[in-house]
Design a protein around this ligand. Sequence first.
Ligand code: ADP
Ligand code: MG
Length: 442
Amino acid sequence: MKEKILEILKSKVSRKNWELWFNSFDVKEVGEDKIVFKVGNLFIKEWLERKYGSIIKRVIRETFGREIPYEIVYESVERVHSSEPLIRKRPLVITPLNPHYTFENFVEGPGNTFAYRVSLEVAKNPGRYNPLFIYGGVGLGKTHLLQAIGNYLFVNEPDLKVMYLTSEKFLNELINAMKSDEMNEFREKHRKKVDVFLLDDVQFLMGKSGIQLELFHTFNELYDSGKQIVICSDRTPEELADFQERLVSRFQMGIVVRIDPPDENTRINIARKMVEMEDGDLDKEVIDFVALSIPDNLRRMKGAIIKLLAYQDMTGEKVSIQKAKELLGDILAKGNSIDSFDKLLNALSKTFGIPKAEILGNSRKQGVVLARQVGMFVSKKYLKMSIRTIAERFNRSHPSVLTTIKKLEDAISGGNKTLKSHVDSVVSMMHGMVGNGGLFGG
Ligand code: ADP
Ligand code: MG
């Protein structure tokens, strides 16, 4: 019966929506007079009840030939709901938000829909889905969404005190408070005078256990009084290396959502939106060109657009694709690192005789580990990739990438010939793959 319900339901929902909303959906119990479904969190439960209630009813009727009431439960760490509304007395703490970072200016696409909708729900019902943890690669819109929540509340709930902080700022404020013996003020400010706490780039606090402890207490106090907490990070809670376990589990108590890189279509729409946000005017082909040639990082795409618009402003001349290529030379070359990285993977795979997936995976086999280490080293020394990007590409933590690269550096300068020859053969193989030798420029 279980399978049958799911099968019929699946046939009535588009694939995209199935993947988006039903991936944690399951039949928990089939009784004579009640059917219980379960999902991964409260947000999905409420969304399904609202948007798919009638479809689910219909599916039950089709499966059993009669109507049976149903219930959707969610199974994650349940929180004790405080029914108290958020405190709305003191005036808003003004935090500098970028006024462009709004929900209206955020383009929805397959990679970010879930994050977008949950964020919007959080803005509409602060305190309800708590905490919200958003993670994803660099330049994919995390800060934009975080601030969109702030901007939305600023307009719609002016009595609410919203605090937006980067983790770096949080750390600096803590250090200053300690220096000037003002810890009470610091705690009062972050724990008591806030209704909505938006904390950006929490991975910045990796390896800094003192501030993690402070954050833990801040978190608990806000959470216990029903205040909304939203946290952004470039990795999942579990991947926050040496974060205290109890803090990680706090982050997982509510909803964890991922932002994936946008597909081509979404990138084009985002590029258009960026031009519009700048009050600019670029030819359609130029926008498409920019959107398609800068694939991995929207911040870089925005930089490119601003550069082209500035050129138009200054010269009064409309930028053509040819001109755009010329003006964006440096930015486009960096975008190329994707191709270079592919070449590196191919070269590693050939040199060491190991499939690419294994190199990027978790295998601890000696040969695989060596291939991976050489890969990180070459990424840094020859492809000039940042540690952060290398960590992302190889799916390793920032500190472990640093240690590896340092280790290989020392070994090679210490005269390890085998290692040196591995590196050389990988590099020359990559050269061979490039053809015109343009790989290592810059
Ligand atoms: P992150 O914090 O994830 O590194 P940002 O939020 O800073 O990324 O986004 C980088 C740039 O791309 C910002 O200018 C942001 O406005 C823009 N951006 C990202 N995603 C979108 C989107 N879906 N729609 C419109 N603009 C976006
Ligand atoms: Mg950011």
